[in-house]
Structures are given as C-alpha cells and as structure tokens.
Design a protein around this ligand. Structure first.
Ligand code: CTP
Ligand code: ZN
Length: 152
C-alpha cells in the first residue's frame, strides 16, 4: 500500500472548499469573500505543503455554495485557486477561476492623485489585460499593472 493521505484540515460534509490559494494571499481571500461576516463553520489552513506552490492555503466553508461570480473576485490574488463544491462528502464540482472584466473595491489605484486615494470612494477598474494584468481606473483612467498591484 502507498503512503496514507491525511488531511491537514478536516473534510466537510457539504459546502465549498477553495484550494490552491497562495499562502501569502490567504488573508486577502478571506477579506475579499467577507468571511468574517459569516456565521457558518469555516476552517482554513495556510503554509500547508503543496507540490505545485511550495506552500499553499485552503479555506473550507460548511453549508455555503458561492456563485462563480463571487469566487472570481479572488482570481486577482489567487489565480490558480480551485473552487470545489462538496455534497455529502464528495467533490461534485470543481471550477477554475476566471479573472472578471471589472473589479470593485479590491485593488488600490496606483495613482496617488486619484480620488479613491483621498475620498471614501470604492475603487473600480476595468481589466484591460489579464496576462500581464493591467487594470484601468474608472475614475482617473490611469493604469495599475501587476507590479504595482496593492490589495485593499
Ligand atoms: N475536500 C474536503 N471535504 C470533502 C472532500 C474534499 O475538504 N468532503 C477537500 C480536499 O481536502 C481537497 C479539495 O476538497 O483539498 C478537493 O478535493 P479533491 O478533488 O478530492 O482533492 P485533489 O484531487 O487533491 O484536488 P486537486 O485536483 O484540486 O489538487
Ligand atoms: Zn484612479
């Protein structure tokens, strides 16, 4: 018999597992999804060993099925993440994420003079390129690129 597989974070019966999150963006993902406002059981782990990443994070939310649109909000910070839908302990669906065409309130505008950096205005961008990532601000029209990407 081969090596036994042990889960670092317990299996869930029903709900959502978001796997393959880079270890260093796990807490951004938690914020973007607003998990602090959810009263369901949430378990997560980070700095777990991963063959693909070296280290990865994982989040399990019992009893909640996120829409793909909601989950795609995290694509900017966790592009390789997988959304797994669990029903009765089985993975019944597995989705890759897609970077959306627009993002609101996740990324900071790179332009220091932008209104979003001075007034309580939610940032808004159109994604004009996905690889490399380039975001155009709805307010000042300046481009924020991957190198200058700061998560709010
Ligand atoms: N999982 C869980 N509870 C279950 C079933 C699965 O928490 N009842 C978790 C697994 O621990 C894993 C993820 O859901 O982190 C996806 O499960 P599975 O597809 O079985 O694992 P892998 O094949 O390792 O996934 P991948 O192909 O995405 O690497
Ligand atoms: Zn701007």
């Amino acid at each position: 018999m081969g090596e036994t597989k042990q889960l670092s974070v317990s299996a869930i019966k029903n709900g959502t597992v978001i796997d393959h999150i880079p270890a260093d963006t796990l807490f951004s993902v938690i914020n973007i999804l607003g998990l602090e406002n959810i009263s369901n059981q949430i378990t997560f782990g980070t700095n777990l060993e991963s063959k693909k990443f070296g280290k990865k994070g994982i989040i399990k939310v019992a009893g909640i099925y996120f829409s793909e649109k909601e989950i795609n909000k995290i694509a900017l910070v966790a592009p390789a993440a997988r959304l797994n839908i669990i029903r009765d302990y089985e993975v019944v669906e597995k989705h890759q994420l897609t970077i959306p065409d627009e993002v609101a309130g996740i990324v900071k505008c790179f332009n220091p003079a932008c209104i979003t950096n001075h007034e309580p205005v939610t940032t808004r961008f159109r994604i004009i390129s996905k690889d490399p990532l380039r975001l155009k601000c709805h307010y000042c029209e300046k481009i924020t690129d991957e190198e200058h990407l700061t998560i709010i």
